[in-house]
Design a protein around this ligand. Structure first.
Ligand code: CP
Length: 308
């Protein structure tokens, strides 16, 4: 098994826009080669996970990926409370210290730009595991890998991003990543209060990616290869009435799935609340649990690329 094909050596992973299509193809090939592998290639390496916001998938899949490659892990969750942040230590000072304890830092933080701040002072690679409403680039990598596996290609894919596109960092990062591929087409489906931000629209205009905005999933669901549903991020709203407007928008149930093409897939970065009815889970087009499982594989490939 050839696992050492040349890759551009990454240092920090802050934004999905850092990755170009050739590098993504190499990363995905490495992920396919590492799928199911357990070995000791990172046995001399330590990964620190610093999580200032809750997580199930991202933290545990990174830790699983590191352990499957023979590495060691340390870290803190609820870091605002359980690290010296509660004593007033800055993120920068924490990252300076953890750089001396580990070979790589996986950081989730509630503030947009936190990963870039950490990368500016770290002496080891920093991976952005979500920075507030900013980005979640490794989620975008596993999402794109899932599209390649489920749809069979990325070029020419049409995708409806649904739900909270204002605060939802996963949709933002995936849109930026996919925008590099020829023939892709985006539909942003959300009520105005959580429609996609002007910064993403500006990037798509620069890249001449075709897109439309709508608030009706029913009108477009039969017209796409991928539906990417997202949770409304209650924790990021300061105005409860805005949250209610966004949250009552739409829910994908068995009836709506009847309009989805037989060869299309339904994705969701998870966690879901009630924006996808559990009755949909048994539909073979419901790819979200396979998508989450791909997180281990793609993070193994990323750690292997950065550390081996
Ligand atoms: N998709 C995702 O980031 O999930 P967690 O918040 O559980 O890590």
């Amino acid at each position: 098994m050839a696992l050492r094909e040349p890759l551009t050596r990454l240092r920090h992973v802050v934004s999905s826009e850092q990755f170009h299509t050739e590098e993504l193809a190499a990363l995905f090939a490495r992920a396919e080669a590492l799928d199911g592998v357990r070995d000791q290639r990172l046995s001399q390496r330590i990964m620190a996970s610093l999580f200032y916001e809750p997580s199930t998938r991202t933290r545990l899949s990174f830790e699983s990926a590191m352990l499957r490659l023979g590495g060691s892990i340390l870290g803190t969750e609820a870091a605002h409370t359980f690290s010296s942040a509660i004593k007033g230590e800055t993120l920068e000072d924490t990252v300076r210290m953890v750089s001396t304890y580990a070979d790589i830092i996986v950081l989730r933080h509630d503030q947009q730009g936190a990963a870039a701040r950490a990368a500016a002072v770290a002496t080891v690679p920093v991976i952005n595991a979500g920075d507030g409403p900013g980005e979640h680039p490794t989620q975008a990598l596993l999402d794109l890998f899932t599209i390649q596996r489920e749809v069979g290609h990325i070029d020419g894919v049409s995708i409806a991003f649904c739900g909270d596109l204002r605060f939802g960092r996963t949709a933002r990062s995936l849109a930026l990543l996919m925008a590099q591929y020829p023939g892709v087409r985006f539909i942003f489906v959300a009520p105005p209060v959580v429609q996609v931000g002007a910064d993403i629209i500006a990037r798509l205009d620069e890249r001449r990616v075709p897109y439309t905005l709508t608030d009706s999933l029913r009108d477009v669901i039969g017209d796409v290869d991928v539906v990417y549903q997202t949770r409304v991020q209650r924790e990021r709203f300061t105005d409860p009435s805005e949250f209610e407007q966004a949250n009552s928008a739409f829910r994908i149930d068995r009836n709506l799935m009847r309009l989805l093409r037989p060869d299309a897939v339904l994705m969701h970065p998870l966690p879901r609340v009630d924006e996808i009815a559990s009755e949909v889970d048994s539909d073979p087009r419901a790819a979200y649990f396979r998508q989450a499982a791909n997180g281990v594989t793609i993070r193994m490939a990323l750690l292997d690329t950065l550390l081996w």
